[in-house]
Design a protein around this ligand. Sequence first.
Ligand SMILES: [Zn+2]
Length: 198
Amino acid sequence: MLIMGNEHTAAVIGTAVKEVACEACGTRYSYLATREGSAAAFSPYFLFESSAARSAQKKAAADAEKQLARACDVVPCPACGLVQPAMVRAGRRERHAWMASVAHGLLILFGAASIVAASVLFAHGPRVLRQSVQVWAAYAAPGVLAFGFWAGRRALAAGYDPNAADRATRIHEGRTRVVDWVTAGGRRGEEGESGWRW
Ligand SMILES: [Zn+2]
């Protein structure tokens, strides 16, 4: 049955101050994280239009808030330049994320092929094991490819090391992102005409 109606979509951009304590030098610093939340709500038969719009807006705001709660941007320490281990991990998770989706899809395909293979084996007995190589290859291909994408992504992610960049560059990058910072010794960064200094 086709239900006519209207789909309301909403996008909400939120920001949150994230506090960090540097694991190398103890500097405490904060930066602004920005995330966009999105949601959709349906108003069947064009009824409840405004409540659907409000609902989409509310869900989008909740989505942005959820993302912000776990947001972890790569912001190097403005004092020593260290990209915190949690940031490196978050950066690795985000990198080549599409490869994980592809691996996931292939795995589902492999699962489906396994069910078919198992039921054929069950119905026809062990003689189906003498099937041609092509049939077995067609069955195994999604599984092998899924493993390839998974392993490839792992290797690529492991190669991501933001701390390999020049230290001065990292410090500069950190100072362009921080809102505020205080070293373990109590020295506070000051915002000068050409960025942060102490
Ligand atoms: Zn530091």
